[in-house]
Design a protein around this ligand. Structure first.
Ligand SMILES: NC(=O)c1ccc[n+]([C@@H]2O[C@H](COP(=O)([O-])OP(=O)(O)OC[C@H]3O[C@@H](n4cnc5c(N)ncnc54)[C@H](O)[C@@H]3O)[C@@H](O)[C@H]2O)c1
Length: 269
């Protein structure tokens, strides 16, 4: 008996990184997983690798029509949903022209980050509530970030979006409790997990090694996290092992937020 036997799960942004690790962990725990991503080929490749317990679905989380189509497809094939992971997210560094600091930010770039991170998560929660409310139980897991609780001068849109996700998690949890729906909603706040998201920030070659060492010097545990470590927490939040937890959040950051090193790097440093 594994933790997610007979559960149907949908994971967004699951073609790579943390989402892919969560999809794999859920399959290992007995769930059927819809591997969704805006990257159709990536989602298909992972679903094929995962075998009979997975299927791919192309889903751009910022597109309300794509969510409506996904919701209809899930209802038709499975009659409802047990687990949703709103994992898809962008920093905007690779996906938009920027810049992203509070003084000079580009409004279209800001909006794109909010559309994927905030609207994508809110639309996912909306579909999930409708697909879960008549099931015996449902679990929604939202990927916030350490950046949702501290300021990030060079990534204003991303930081604001992750704070919004954290608070929307609480709103969804309370709404479901208020309505008497058997749906729990919780957030994971990772920091410094080694995934392709870091590629643009770390560079390549020797510069990359130096950049990694620089980031690791600021992590109390002295290393980046692994996507599988986030997936273990997602399994916990998706399963009955967290049956009394809703509106909550779990930090996975190697201890970064346990202390205070408040002075940001100065431009001239
Ligand atoms: N890696 C970290 O250190 C870290 C830290 C804190 C929070 N997070 C959060 O964890 C989540 C996953 O991050 P990651 O590091 O695995 O990122 P990643 O960039 O490695 O992977 C993100 C995935 O999301 C997909 N995606 C992007 N836009 C999408 C859209 N509009 N619709 C559907 N899919 C889309 C991408 O195709 C990709 O497969 C994100 O929400 C991120 O903000 C990551």
């Amino acid at each position: 008996m594994t933790l997610l036997d007979n559960k149907t799960a949908l994971v967004t942004g699951a073609a790579k990184g943390i989402g892919a690790a969560i999809a794999k962990a859920f399959v290992n725990e007995g769930a059927f997983v819809l591997v969704t991503d805006v990257d159709a080929d990536g989602a298909k490749a992972l679903a094929t690798e995962l075998g009979e317990q997975a299927a791919a679905l192309t889903l751009d989380v910022s597109d309300p029509e794509a969510w409506a189509a996904a919701e209809a497809a899930v209802r038709e094939r499975f009659g409802g949903l047990d687990i949703l992971v709103n994992n898809a997210g962008i920093t905007g560094f690779l996906e938009t022209p920027g810049p992203h600091d509070p003084e000079h930010f580009d409004l279209e770039s800001w909006r794109k980050v909010q559309a994927v991170n905030v609207e994508g998560t809110a639309l996912g929660c909306q579909s999930a509530i409708r697909l879960m409310k008549d099931r015996p139980s449902g679990a929604i897991i939202n990927l916030s970030s350490r950046s949702g609780v501290v300021g990030i001068p060079a990534a204003a849109a991303y930081a604001a979006s992750k704070a919004a996700i954290l608070n929307h998690t609480r709103t969804v949890a309370l709404y479901c409790a208020e309505q008497g729906y058997p749906i729990r909603c919780n957030a994971i706040l990772p920091a410094a997990v080694m995934t392709p998201m870091w590629d643009g920030m770390l560079g390549t070659g020797e510069a990359r090694d130096a950049a990694i060492a620089g980031v690791e010097a600021g992590i109390p545990m002295g290393r980046f996290g692994r996507p599988e470590e986030v997936a273990d927490t997602a399994v916990f939040l998706a399963s009955d092992k967290s049956s009394y937890m809703t509106g909550g959040d779990i930090h996975l950051d190697g201890g970064i937020l346990a202390g205070a090193q408040a002075r940001p790097e100065r431009a001239e440093d």
